[in-house]
Design a protein around this ligand. Structure first.
Ligand code: NAD
Ligand code: GLY
Length: 364
């Protein structure tokens, strides 16, 4: 079964997200039909390319497309300007034109860097996302945020540049390590908590199937996440308001990722920990009752996700939160759940309250 969602940005800026098992073989046909472009530069990393690169290249070539490939090393530490320069050199060497396309084949790191490269090459060319991690399939491939890291902060250099098409082959998730798959589930849970209580219930009911990567369940869940994300992006593309709710758990999470030098915790793992902290904060503020906090903790548990806080100094976690991009006019803004299926944005929460919550989470 092929599922299709439209990210409705009005007129020709709208684009399709196509979700199915085994759809990588259709990449050339879909891309040709949607974009009509003959020249593509595929960006990936050696691991993903060794698994799926040849399949995609052949699918593109058999549809008559001319393909070049450019690889970046695997890892968040390579999501940087040096690799962007490398990709720009590759684009020049491949004679890409303003009408050419970039195709990102990989997880969120490849997707963010390829999208950023596409957004600046010749003042912006079109690109296609073919996400291969769960996190990228449910979140980063849709919505047009592109970025690379600066030595002093994550995602500090970036653009909004929407893809032309997103092709999601859920079979690619079968080769993900357990740790990467579970990290992606951390982002899945956020959609239920802040936006859709029915989806939260579905995750509770199908937790075992989802954890086992049962295909039909995975496709249904990816599709529900993308529907929610596309509704939010359609309403607030540039994150002037609503889109901020997609950052549930991220203000705490980014600080935790940074304290672990982006090595100890994966992004999705840190977001899960951050989501638990945000839930405890909501409870402390009377926005979420104890049974709901317990339901969130129990869903993480059922899915096999650890939401335990690593043993960092609470003051260091707080300081790291102050460096987050979501700080506005020097004021910290934190998204918290308001019952399950709703949210509230807390402006400038008390330092002492945050430290208290962090200490409480550390003792759980
Ligand atoms: P990742 O891209 O580093 O991928 C994780 C690992 O899985 C890598 O080693 C990768 O090579 C490997 N991999 C990818 N696909 C595979 C497959 N099918 N089989 C086996 N291995 C595979 O990490 P990620 O979690 O996908 O993405 C995290 C990045 O996404 C972060 O940089 C984060 O900032 C960014 N992000 C961006 C947005 C956005 O809206 N742009 C949203 C959320 C996260
Ligand atoms: N992952 C957050 C966003 O796309 O806005």
């Amino acid at each position: 079964m092929v599922r299709e969602i439209c990210v409705d940005l009005g007129g020709d800026r709208s684009y399709k997200v196509i979700i199915a098992a085994g759809i990588l073989d259709e990449t050339g046909r879909l891309l040709g039909a949607e974009t009509g472009q003959p020249r593509v530069m595929l960006i990936s990393n050696p691991l993903v390319f060794s698994l799926y690169g040849q399949q995609v290249v052949e699918a593109l070539q058999s549809a008559g497309l001319r393909v070049s490939t450019a690889l970046m090393p695997d890892g968040e530490e390579y999501k940087n300007m040096q690799q962007v320069n490398h990709m720009l050199d590759e684009a020049m060497a491949a004679n890409l034109e303003r009408s050419s396309l970039i195709l990102a084949l990989g997880g969120g790191v490849v997707g963010d860097l390829a999208g950023f490269t596409a957004s600046i090459f010749q003042r912006g060319i079109r690109y296609i996302q073919v996400p291969t991690t769960l996190l990228a399939q449910v979140d980063s491939s849709v919505g047009g945020k592109t970025a690379v890291n600066h030595p002093q902060g994550k995602n500090m250099i970036g653009t909004f540049h929407q893809p032309d098409l997103v092709i999601i082959d859920t079979l690619t998730l079968n080769t993900l390590t357990e740790r990467e798959y579970l990290a992606g589930l951390g982002e899945v849970v956020k959609y239920g908590i802040i936006y859709d209580s029915d989806f939260f219930q579905l995750l509770e009911d199908k937790a075992a199937l989802l954890k086992d990567r049962e295909q039909e369940t995975v496709q249904e869940v990816v599709c529900r996440c993308i529907k929610i994300k596309s509704e939010i992006v359609a309403e607030d593309e540039r994150e002037s308001g609503l889109r901020m709710i997609l950052n549930l758990g991220h203000t705490f999470g980014h600080s935790i990722e940074k304290l672990g030098n982006y090595k100890s915790s994966k992004h999705g793992e840190a977001v899960a920990v951050g989501t638990m902290l945000a839930s405890l904060l909501a409870q402390e503020m009377g926005l979420l009752d104890k049974p709901s906090v317990d339901r969130i903790a129990s869903l993480f548990d059922k899915l096999g996700i650890s939401a335990s806080l690593p043993a960092y100094n609470p003051d260091d976690i707080y300081e790291g939160m102050l460096n987050d991009k979501k700080v506005k006019n020097d004021k910290l803004r934190i998204v918290v759940p308001r019952e399950i299926g709703g949210y509230k944005i807390i402006e400038n929460p008390d330092r002492s309250m945050l430290i208290k919550i962090i200490k409480r989470a550390a003792s759980l």
